[in-house]
Ligand binder design. Structure first.
Ligand code: NDP
Length: 487
């Protein structure tokens, strides 16, 4: 039996109990064991976090950009130094394999703090010459920002929101998903250790109600969500009451286009990365795999052979490639989508089975599923499943592939596999997606802006673009000439 942690709120640089003493249990998705008792924030706690954020903001926004940058870069170093410990915690909390969390999650968070730490020092407005006068702009912070995270990449999401927000001089109140509360508090501790003033980064735990207290709070200037499209709609509506800025990183049903001249092994790797990494629990996954009809059989054969060789098992075993899904409830939904896909007439070629023998019976261990004989109208092909489920579709020519790839209300990501780079760029220019990969899939370097078209989101995280979404411009007109009165 694992030791049960006490996971408190992190406000004003200290761990604090919820005012009304309310807690909820946090489970290890692989074993069902309770690993933490989590303090649940109510109105009094959110108000306390807002008060702390005001104080933190006053200190932080008055520091120079260079000083802020130095603290963020120090936090990146501390995060990296604690990689193994944090990766283990992330695996216990998410059920994702340690071979992923130990190379991906903490590193990505540290990269983000480092990148925005470096960018912070260069933030500046501009000088505009107007002849007899001039104007200048000041790039100023928004104030208190709220970050609300999904459960799939908790450390990364906390850092992707905190780093640009803090670099711009804002303070932040972050609410992790209630299923994965553990590592955001560690990020907060590390930021404090790096020298972040108290109250600049606070963590409150809880469910949708806690999120709503943030999105409706009149003293919070902005909310950034990573979550489902439906949640994005609700948050936009709630934020409208106080005209908050919103950044929304939402879901998708992204396409991967594999042309007849593609390197088939590379395309198989891309499709596997875009469907089975993290148990398929990735927003940008390319779950609609369009393959040119002339190479489809060869592609499917290789894909099935390599997928069946994946090792499913204990997420803490370094050899495990497929761990547990986030919860039994989510597993039910994934299994239902697989059953419904079969009812709709799609052919389950391999996988799609839940392991029920001990020790796997206590978690959601699902073998990666490949569907063939799909068509664009099936729910299987239209709805986000957020599990290890790939749908294969075939096409005859480029025009058809592009039209069908775009026929979705979502537009988060897309992939193109071809040896002809002219064809690749021509295709990408016509794809309605915020992030496109050519001959690769699902890589998210911090330097590259990340965000969706259409209903997959608003705004961008990462890259220089993120600065626009965490700052506001003040224009200042300075008169040097005479002021002639028309009166
Ligand atoms: P949810 O939308 O269910 O939850 C996201 C966060 O919002 C959670 O912290 C949740 O709290 C909170 N929340 C839920 N309802 C409200 C509300 N009405 N007001 C304020 N906060 C609310 O998403 P999941 O956690 O289930 O994550 C999976 C989804 O996230 C998928 O659709 C996926 O595509 C998307 N995603 C998008 C990414 C992107 O960058 N585009 C990246 C990763 C995931 P609670 O935890 O209590 O439910």
């Amino acid at each position: 039996m694992a030791e049960i942690q006490n996971c408190k709120l992190y406000i004003a640089g200290t761990h604090q109990d919820a005012a009304d003493g309310e807690t909820f249990d946090n489970l290890n998705p692989a074993t069902g064991e309770v690993i933490a008792r989590v303090h649940q924030a109510g109105k009094a706690d959110v108000d306390r976090a807002v008060e702390a954020s005001h104080k933190g903001f006053a200190v932080w926004s008055a520091m120079t950009c260079a000083e802020r940058g130095r603290i963020l870069r120090r936090a990146a170093d501390l995060l990296r130094a604690r990689n193994d410990e944090l990766a283990r915690l992330e695996t216990l909390d998410t059920g994702r394999p340690i071979q992923e969390t130990s190379v991906e999650d903490i590193n990505s968070g540290a990269d983000c703090l480092e990148y925005f730490g470096a960018i912070a020092a260069g933030l500046a407005g501009e000088h505009i010459d107007l002849g007899q006068s001039f104007a200048y702009t000041r790039r100023e912070p928004l104030g208190i920002c709220a970050g609300i995270g999904a459960w799939n990449y908790p450390t990364q999401i906390a850092c992707w929101k905190a780093a640009p927000a803090l670099a711009c001089g804002n303070s932040m109140i972050f609410k992790p998903a209630e299923l994965t509360p553990l590592t955001a508090v560690k990020v907060a501790e590390i930021l404090s250790e790096a020298g972040l003033p108290d109250g600049v980064f606070n963590v409150v735990h809880g469910f949708a109600e806690t999120g709503q207290l943030l999105t409706r709070h009149p003293e919070i200037a902005k909310v950034s969500l990573t979550g489902e499209v439906g949640t994005g709609r609700k948050i936009m509506a709630d934020a409208a009451g106080t005209v908050k800025q919103v950044t929304l990183e939402l879901g998708g049903k992204s396409p991967i286009l594999i042309f007849d001249d593609a390197d088939i092994d590379r395309a198989v790797t891309g499709a596997m990365l875009g469907n089975f990494y993290s148990g398929g629990e990735i927003c940008s996954n390319g779950t609609r795999v369009f393959v040119h009809e002339s190479v489809k059989d060869a592609f499917l054969e290789r894909l099935v052979a390599r997928t069946e060789a994946l090792k499913i098992g204990d997420p803490l075993d370094p050899d495990t490639q497929v761990g547990a899904l986030i919860s039994l409830e989510h597993t039910e939904k994934v299994m239902q989508a697989i059953a419904d896909g079969q009812k709709e007439g799609a052919r389950l070629v391999t996988g799609g089975q839940r392991l029920t023998e001990p020790p796997f019976d206590r978690g959601g261990f699902v073998t990666p599923a490949i569907f063939d004989a799909c068509n664009d109208d099936m729910n299987l092909v239209r709805e986000e499943i957020f599990g290890p489920v790939l749908s294969l579709l075939s096409f005859k020519d480029d025009e058809e592939a592009i039209t069908r790839a775009n026929a979705t209300p979502y537009g988060l990501a897309a992939g193109v596999f071809t040896r002809d780079l002219t064809r690749a760029h021509r295709t990408v220019a016509r794809l309605q997606a915020g992030i496109c990969w050519i001959n690769n899939y699902n890589l998210t370097p911090i330097e590259m802006p990340f965000g969706g078209y259409k209903q997959s989101g608003l705004g961008r995280e990462n890259g220089k673009a993120a600065i626009e979404y965490y700052s506001q411009l003040k224009s200042v007109y300075v008169e040097l000439g005479e002021l002639e009165s028309p009166y």
